[in-house]
Design a protein around this ligand. Structure first.
Ligand code: B12
Length: 270
């Protein structure tokens, strides 16, 4: 196929050139090239260059995420651990919180599944119980401190090329740092280099930080609804400065975050 035909094909949404495919997989070009040569990644040679169909890319990505040596725990397995995890968090039993997390990770669970399956539901229950007057504020503080420490121990550091450099923060007035930690963990797990600024960050400082550190994705977490306007206004400032920016809110999932971040990264390359 000639040059223009190659351009037409890689210009379509269904196919990518090998460099773009490597970027999406979070690996170096040479690694993707080797996978093509050994037949692990399907690709066609068009106009002297490799072209990868999106479906083939997705199939390899899925296979890489599925551990072969061990089977990742099912949703039912996570559910069974949920009550024990919650009791441990409420009772300040940090050792058990750490052990349950370690066991699931060792069995092949991704951190995003452990957080969404154990940490998030438990923290929601704790928040509701505090709201209903059934749990002391000291118990909530202790649980969130344990959550921060345990997540800190499991900050992933995957191999391979980074998708880009992300900044994660919550704005002034929002002291909920735990959701920013969760966002930092799942973005790292998905091969982003992450600057985790935590909560209560002044808008001007976030904007300056992103400009100075060549940030390719800003993720702003909103837990207190009254910081949503400031978060959206800050996002507008960042986007005006050409930093792709995502704004989360209570109930938005970490899966949404990862998916939108990937989308922003591929839009960035176009
Ligand atoms: C722990 C906690 C605290 C701790 C936080 C400590 C810490 N290190 O983070 C402390 C004690 C400081 C605290 C303080 C307060 N809290 Co509080 N807190 C919580 C609790 C129990 C967990 C918070 C959490 O981690 N949520 C994360 C998960 C569980 O929930 P989520 O909101 O769905 O988050 C998801 C998204 O944010 C997503 N995400 C993250 N980033 C991004 C980015 C993008 C782009 C996307 C798409 C998604 C995404 O990931 C998360 C996980 O899925 C919640 C309960 C709850 N339901 O959240 C209350 C809760 C948030 N707190 C509440 C309140 C009222 C307060 C206080 C006002 C209490 C007071 N009177 O002092 C203060 C406010 C302080 C402030 N100005 O911020 C209320 C908020 C009610 C409301 N909607 O207004 C809640 C909901 C409790 C309740 N049921 O009433 N809190």
């Amino acid at each position: 196929m000639s040059g223009p035909a190659y351009s037409r094909l890689v210009g379509s949404t269904d196919a990518l050139d090998l460099q773009a495919a490597a970027d999406e997989l979070g690996v170096h070009y040479q690694t993707a090239y080797r996978w093509v040569r050994v037949g692990r990644l399907d690709a066609r040679m068009i106009g002297g260059r490799y072209v990868v169909e999106r479906d083939d890319l997705a199939a390899l990505d899925k296979a890489r995420r599925t551990p072969t040596a061990r089977t990742a725990p099912s949703a039912a397995r996570l559910d069974r651990s949920a009550d024990r995890f919650h009791d441990a968090l409420v009772n300040g039993d940090e050792k058990t919180v750490g052990k349950l997390t370690r066991k699931l990770v060792d069995e092949g669970s991704a951190m995003i599944d452990v957080i969404c399956g154990l940490f998030v539901p438990s923290l929601r229950r704790i928040g509701q119980a505090w709201h209903d007057g059934q749990l002391a504020i000291s118990t909530e503080h202790r649980a969130s401190a344990i959550g921060e420490r345990v997540l800190g121990e499991f900050m992933p550091n995957p191999r391979g090329r980074r998708r880009g450099t992300a900044m994660v923060a919550a704005l002034s007035g929002d002291r909920h740092s735990l959701p920013t930690t969760m966002a930092a963990v799942v973005l790292r797990e998905d091969n982003w280099h992450v600057h985790h600024l935590g909560s209560d960050m002044p808008a001007d400082d976030i904007v300056d930080f992103c400009a100075v550190h060549d940030i390719t994705l800003a993720a702003i977490t909103v837990t207190m609804p009254d910081t949503a306007d400031l978060a959206n206004a800050t996002a507008d400032r960042l986007r005006a400065a050409r930093t792709p920016t995502l704004v989360g809110e209570p109930g938005r999932t970490l899966g949404d975050l990862v998916e939108q971040a990937r989308h922003a990264a591929s839009a960035n390359r176009r």
